[in-house]
Ligand binder design. Structure first.
Ligand code: UD1
Length: 417
C-alpha cells in the first residue's frame, strides 16, 4: 500500500504548477466513449484513478496510449457493454461510465458501486433520472442492467445537486433524441468543464454552472483535442500545507475563482493571499486563527474534498473551530489519526469540534481515504519529529508526484514501499 515518512518543521517555500484536475478528467475520460473516434487530452494527471479509468476504457474495447504527455483515446470500437466489476469496486467514481456506455450502446451492465470509506454511495438519483429518459433498469444480484431502444430527452428535477448524477445525465443525454433539462443541477467547476469538453466534441450543452443545464441531443460527434483544467483541490491542499508550515508559495496554473471558498477560510485563519488570472500567492506566519464554523456544501460552498486538509491546519490554530460535514456521513476517518498526533478533536455526529493545540507530534498513522491521507501529510509537515503515513495508495489516487513536489518546496518527505 506504500508509505510516506515526513519529518516536520520545514516551511514550504517556492512555486508550483498545479496538475490537471482529477474530478474533471474522470468524467471527460468517460465522455470519450461517446464520439466513436479520437480524443487527445493534454494536462491529464498521471494518478492512480486515471490509470483505473484507462483500464476500464481498455476493457470495453478502446485503445488508449500516452504519446509524450498527451493521452490519446480511440473509441472507434467498443466490444462490450459490461463494465468489469473489480474496477467499479475499487473506484466509486467509475459509475460515471454508466452514462457514456449507455449513451453510446443503448445498454450497459455495471455493478453497484457499494459503500466506500467516506460513506454509503447511493445512486438512486441517477436511476430515477434514467427511468425518466425511457431507459429500462433491472437490478440483478448486485448488477444494474440498463437498456433502451431509444434514449428520450426529458425534464429532470434532481432532489439534490449531485455531481455524479448531473454528469451521468449529461452523458446519457448527449446522443439522445429530444432535449433534456436538468433542474437543481450541480454547479461545480468540473461540471462546466464537462460541458465545454462535450461541446468541443460537437454536443449541444448549455447552462453548466447554473442550476439548469440543457442538453439538446445530437446524432453525431467528432474527434476532440482538449486541455484539462487545473485541480482546485490539489491547489487547496498545497495552500493548506503552506499555511500550516508558515511558508510562502506561488501556485501557477490555477483558476483563482474556483478557490474562493477555500481562500476566504485561509484568510480568516490569518494567511495573506493574492491572486491573478492564472496564479495565486499565499504567505503564512504559521500562527493560525481558529474558525467559528466551516460548513461543507455543494459549490460554491466550502468543498467536502478540502474538509480534512483544513482540519489539519485548524488542529494547531489558536482557539476552537467547528467543522460541519454535510455531504458525506462518515468523512471523519482522519480524526483518530490526527488525535494520535496530539490533536484535540471531538466528533458529535456530523460536527467536528477542534480545539487548537500548541504542537502536533510525529506518529504512525493510517490513511483511510484520499483527502484524509493528504491531511495527515499536512499535519506531519508541522509536527515535531517523524510521522509515517501508511496506506498511501489512497493518496496517489489523486496527487501526482506528491512527495517530489513537497520536497522541491523544502519538505522533508520520502515515499517507501
Ligand atoms: C462528491 C462531491 C464532489 C466531490 C466528490 C469526490 C458534492 C456535492 N459532491 O461528488 O464535490 O468532488 O464527491 O469526493 O460536494 N446522493 C444520493 N443519491 C444519489 C447520489 C448522491 O443520495 O443518487 C448523495 C450522496 O450520498 C451524498 C451527496 O448526495 O451525500 C453528494 O453526492 P454526489 O455529489 O453525487 O457525490 P459525488 O459525485 O461523488
Amino acid at each position: 500500500m506504500g508509505n510516506y515518512s515526513v519529518v516536520g518543521g520545514n516551511r514550504l517555500e517556492g512555486d508550483l504548477t498545479v496538475q490537471g484536475s482529477k474530478n474533471a478528467v474522470l468524467p471527460i475520460l468517460a465522455a470519450t466513449i461517446l464520439n466513436k473516434g479520437k480524443s487527445y487530452l493534454h494536462n491529464c494527471p498521471k494518478i492512480l484513478d486515471v490509470c483505473n479509468m484507462i483500464n476500464i476504457l481498455k476493457a470495453i474495447g478502446c485503445s488508449v496510449i500516452w504519446e509524450d504527455d498527451v493521452l490519446i483515446i480511440d473509441s472507434s470500437i467498443i466490444t462490450t457493454d459490461k463494465i468489469p466489476e473489480n474496477y467499479v469496486q475499487t473506484m466509486r467514481s467509475s459509475i460515471i461510465v454508466l452514462g457514456s456506455v449507455l449513451g453510446r450502446l443503448k445498454s450497459v451492465m455495471i455493478s453497484f458501486p457499494g459503500g466506500c470509506s467516506i460513506g454509503v454511495r447511493p445512486i438512486d438519483l441517477h436511476i430515477k433520472a434514467l427511468k425518466q429518459m425511457n431507459i429500462n433498469i433491472y437490478d440483478t444480484s448486485g448488477f444494474l442492467k440498463c437498456t433502451t431502444n431509444e434514449i428520450k430527452g426529458s425534464t429532470i428535477h434532481l432532489d439534490y445537486p449531485s455531481v455524479g448524477a448531473t454528469e451521468n445525465i449529461m452523458l446519457v443525454a448527449v446522443l439522445s433524441s429530444g432535449t433534456t433539462k436538468i433542474y437543481n443541477a450541480a454547479k461545480e467547476p468540473e461540471i462546466m468543464e464537462l460541458e465545454i469538453f462535450l461541446n468541443t466534441m460537437g454536443a449541444k450543452v448549455s447552462g453548466a454552472g447554473t442550476d439548469c443545464i440543457i442538453i439538446e441531443g445530437v446524432s453525431k460527434l467528432k474527434d476532440v483535442v482538449y486541455t484539462v483544467m487545473p485541480d482546485r483541490i490539489v491547489a487547496g491542499t498545497f495552500l493548506a500545507a503552506t499555511a500550516i508550515t508558515g511558508g510562502e508559495l506561488l501556485l501557477k496554473n490555477v483558476h483563482a475563482n474556483h478557490l474562493e471558498a477555500i481562500c476566504s477560510k485561509l484568510e480568516e485563519m490569518g494567511c495573506f493571499i493574492k491572486s491573478n488570472d492564472n496564479s495565486l500567492f499565499i504567505r503564512s506566519d504559521g500562527d493560525l486563527n481558529a474558525i467559528n464554523l466551516i460548513r461543507t456544501s455543494p459549490h460554491p460552498g466550502f468543498p467536502t474534498d478540502m474538509q480534512a486538509q483544513i482540519m489539519a491546519c485548524l488542529s494547531i490554530a489558536k482557539g476552537t473551530s467547528i467543522i460541519s460535514e454535510t455531504i458525506f456521513e462518515s468523512r471523519f476517518k482522519h480524526v483518530p489519526e490526527l488525535s494520535k498526533m496530539g490533536a484535540d478533536i471531538i466528533i458529535e455526529g456530523r460536527l467536528a469540534i477542534i480545539k487548537g493545540v500548541d504542537k502536533l507530534h510525529g506518529s504512525e498513522v493510517f490513511a483511510e481515504d484520499l483527502r484524509g491521507g493528504a491531511a495527515l501529510i499536512i499535519a506531519g509537515l508541522a509536527a515535531e519529529g517523524k510521522t509515517v503515513v501508511h496506506n498511501s495508495n489512497h493518496i496517489i489516487r489523486g496527487y501526482e508526484d506528491f512527495d517530489d513536489k513537497l520536497k522541491q518546496l523544502g519538505a522533508n518527505i520520502n515515499y517507501f514501499d
